[in-house]
Design a binder for this molecule. Structure first.
Ligand SMILES: Cc1cc2nc3c(=O)[nH]c(=O)nc-3n(C[C@H](O)[C@H](O)[C@H](O)COP(=O)(O)OP(=O)(O)OC[C@H]3O[C@@H](n4cnc5c(N)ncnc54)[C@H](O)[C@@H]3O)c2cc1C
Ligand code: SF4
Ligand code: SF4
Ligand code: SF4
Length: 403
């Protein structure tokens, strides 16, 4: 049996790319598999069975020992710059942290949207101008391979180079394992995200292709447009001919994302998002009742380690961010995806159907598999988006108040 990452495991691959970056003979490459997710292929003619890739891979780790998020402080926060706040996903904490990092000599690892390939791509940024592209969550899996190889090279050649690494919990787990395996001495601040999971490129590719036919060349993709109110979730694509903007409940891409029918297999039982993956800070949206009236977006920043706490304090002391509230992690977690997801069989059937590229027909099919009660609920939600925005907001608040 091969002593590499093709060795069977009960856990599914996340596509984090750490295995590729650790392999010293270049036997592993990452590419999009037939389910629409990045995953590694091993060239068995090059592999020397050293086992290094398994040692950085979460699939061969006992995750039950990972601590849970517990008694850490969770800050509700937003950028003190109105411009930054308006152009970021929630409160713009990640952007302000990255800006502070660059100004303090850190290189920042984050994710851009690559318009040439219509993919999300992890990259390393060293200047303030480059941070613009990191703004905004891209709700698709990012390609990490080149960035991780580059990261290892840079870290080895310059041990005094400091890094801030921002990514999903599985990506941060992979990077941290890589750093340990390569005995890197660089100072690194690890920042992971509250994570719902990543939908397949079998959804995103045909979706964006259809959009391009209607809008012309795509100039900007905003997965979390705030113009309809932050709590409403809207997607906005600007093309050379026109602009598309829709509420999540009417948008096919978002439907697949929120209906949990086309996420990566690893996302269904992901202990890394449910527990405390090895980060210093975990960030996300401060959803739920506490900031119900903030349609401009509020970030949640959990100080996982003392180092993370110091950095948050520094950002607040320098008035880069405003701390608008201090909470327990439990308060924030109430509105997060912390349980395993049901429906892996429906997911597998949906992914199998998606290979024909018809996302509308597959959506009609999978919705029919839901219970009648759930279908009525989805239909009503979709209908509410026809109402004026202030009515939608009022309805949402009324629903939350009843809960
Ligand atoms: C796939 C995905 C699922 C998420 N699920 C949840 C969730 O369930 N609950 C929740 O509260 N928050 C979730 N988030 C995080 C949330 O969308 C915001 O990123 C977070 O609130 C930080 O907002 P901000 O205003 O500080 O970020 P911004 O200043 O807008 O910066 C966004 C940051 O996210 C990074 N990023 C963008 N796209 C990706 C990507 N595809 N993979 C890895 N990193 C990326 C960027 O590098 C940047 O650092 C998710 C993010 C992603 C990418
Ligand atoms: S989980 Fe990450 S390290 Fe493990 S096989 Fe997949 S890409 Fe490689
Ligand atoms: S076992 Fe060693 S040589 Fe083989 S793919 Fe893994 S890291 Fe590369
Ligand atoms: S849910 Fe887990 S496996 Fe899926 S992208 Fe998020 S951290 Fe990675």
């Amino acid at each position: 049996m091969h002593k590499n990452v093709t060795y069977p495991s009960a856990l599914a691959c996340t596509g984090c790319g750490a295995c590729s970056a650790t392999c010293s003979v270049g036997a592993i490459t990452l590419s999009i598999n037939n389910e629409g997710f990045y995953s590694p292929s091993v060239d068995h003619t090059k592999c020397v069975e050293c086992g290094a890739c398994q040692r950085v891979c979460y699939k061969y780790t006992d995750l039950s020992t990972l601590p849970t998020l517990g008694d850490q402080a969770c800050y509700a926060t937003c950028s003190s710059s109105a411009e930054t706040h308006a152009t970021t996903t929630s409160g713009g904490f990640a952007y302000e942290l990255s800006k502070w990092g660059v100004e303090s000599g850190y290189a920042v690892m984050g994710v851009i949207y690559d318009y040439a390939s219509d993919t999300a791509c992890t990259t390393i940024v060293d200047d303030i101008a480059g941070l613009e592209q990191l703004k905004g969550s891209k709700y698709i899996q990012s390609y990490t391979e080149e960035a991780l190889h580059n990261f290892v090279k840079r870290a080895i050649s310059n041990p005094s180079q400091r890094f801030i690494c921002i990514g999903t919990p599985c990506q941060i787990f992979g990077i941290r394992s890589l750093v340990e395996a390569k005995h890197l001495k660089n100072k690194i601040l690890y920042v992971d995200l509250f994570c719902h999971g990543v939908p397949s490129y079998l959804v995103w590719d045909p979706y964006v292709k259809q959009q391009r036919e209607r809008l012309g060349e795509i100039k900007s993709v905003n997965f979390r447009y705030k113009g309809n109110g932050w709590h409403q979730y809207s997607i906005r694509l600007v093309g050379e001919r026109s602009t598309y903007c829709n509420y999540a409940y009417n948008d096919p891409f978002y439907r697949y994302f929120f209906d949990n029918v086309a996420l990566n297999t690893s996302c269904y039982t992901c202990k890394l998002r449910q527990r405390r993956a090895p980060s210093d800070i975990r960030i996300g949206d401060f959803l739920g009742r506490a900031y119900e009236d903030r349609e401009d977006g509020i970030s949640a920043a959990v100080a996982v380690t003392p180092n993370g706490k110091n950095v948050i304090a520094e950002l607040a002391n320098n008035q880069r961010v405003n701390i608008v509230g201090e909470h327990t992690v439990e308060e924030c977690l109430k509105s997060q995806s912390t349980d395993d997801y049901n429906g892996i069989d429906l997911r597998n059937s949906t992914i199998a159907r998606l290979t024909d590229g018809d996302i509308e027909a597959t959506k009609r099919w999978y919705v029919k598999q839901f219970s009648l009660k759930h279908r009525i609920y989805l239909h009503l939600k979709s209908l509410t988006t026809l109402l004026p925005q202030r009515w939608i907001i009022a309805l949402r608040r009324a629903r939350r108040a009843i809960r």
